[in-house]
Write a protein that binds this ligand. Sequence first.
Ligand SMILES: Cc1ncc(COP(=O)(O)O)c(C=O)c1O
Length: 374
Amino acid sequence: MGDPSAHSCFTTTHVAPSAVSHALQSSTFNGYAPTSGLPQTRRAIAEYLSRDLPYNLSMDDVFITSGCTQAIDVALAMLARPGANILLPRPGFPIYELSASFRHIEVRYFDLLPEKGWMVDLDAVEALADQDTVAMVVINPGNPCGNVYSYQHLKEIAEAANRLKILVIADEVYGHLTFGSQPFVPMGVFGSTVPVLTLGSISKRWIVPGWRLGWFVTTDPCSTFKNHKVVERIKKYFDLLGGPATFIQAAVPQILEQADEVFFKKTLNILKQTSNTCYDTIKEIPCLSCPYKPEGSMAVMVKLNLSLLEDISDDIDFCFKLANEESVIVLPGIAVGLKDWIRFTFAVDPTSLEEALGRVKSFCKRHGKQFQRY
Ligand SMILES: Cc1ncc(COP(=O)(O)O)c(C=O)c1O
C-alpha cells in the first residue's frame, strides 16, 4: 500500500485537523449520521465536484462511504446480477477484482498501452463487451501507472461506453494530483454521453487515508440513475453500511471549502520531484525501463528485463530478493496484473527515495549478467 502519510514531508493541511477538532469538540456529532451521509457533507461534496463539471450535482447524487474502497464495493454490489461481467484495466487496482469475485461478477481485462501513455485499448474494450457487460472501470489519474488522460481520450472512452451501452466507473481517488503537462479532467464532464459513477475520497489529495472518508456519486445529468427503483436500491444498500465517523463527515464541508492552495502546491511539487528522481534513476539501470514518465498519482510501472539478470526468475523473485538483501519494498507487477513488471511508489520522502533507488541500483548491478557488471 502506498501511504504518503507515513512520510513526514506529506502532512495534511492545518485546515483538516482543525475542522475535525472543531466538529468533535462541538459535541454535536456524537450520534449516528443518516445512512447516506450527513446532508451538509453530501452537499459540500456535490459542490466540490461541480466546480469541474459543465452542470451542477445535487446532494442527492452523493453518498458517503468509508474511503474510496467502500465506494468501489458499493458500485459493484449495485451492478451485480446473475451472468454480469465487468471490464477492468490491466494493470489496475486489485480491489476491483476482489470485490467482483465476492459479487460473482465475471472480470474481463482490457490492456492499458504503455507505449501510448497507458491509454485504454478501446479496440479491446469493444471486443470484450457483450450484452452482459455492466460497466468499465477507468482510473484517472492512474494507479499503478501514473497516467493522466487527456480530454480527448476520456471523450473517446465515453463514446465507446455509450456505443456499448455500459456505464463508466470513474475512480478519481487521485483527482487533481497531477504534476505534468496534462491537467486533470473528471470523467463526469462526459456524463451526458454516458452515465458515470464517480468514486473518490479525501485519502490522497488531503493525505488522510486513515480518516476513511470517501464518496460514491452518480454523475449523470441525463438522470439515468434517477429511476426511483435505482435510487431506492442504492439508499437501501447504504442502510447496511456503517459509513465513516459522524464527526469526520461533519468536518468535510470546511475541509473542501477552505481549499489550501499552498498545501496542494507543496504536495504536487514534492510528487513532481520524487517522480522525476524515480524516472531518471531508473533510466540509469540497464535491466529496468520505464515507458512513461508519470504525470499524476503516486506510482509508476517499471519493466524488468530479465535477460540482463543472472539469477532472477521473475518479478516476485526480484521483489523478494530486493527486500531480503536491501530492505527495499517494491510491488511485483503480477499483483496489479502485469508479470515481470514492478510498481514503485514515489510518495516517499525524497531522501529515503534516493537511498532506496541507490540500493535498487546496486542490487541490479550485483545480479546483472557478467558483461553488464564491468
Ligand atoms: C485506484 C485506487 N482506488 C481506490 C483506492 C482506495 O482509496 P481509499 O484509501 O480512499 O479507500 C486506492 C488506494 O490506494 C487506489 O489506488
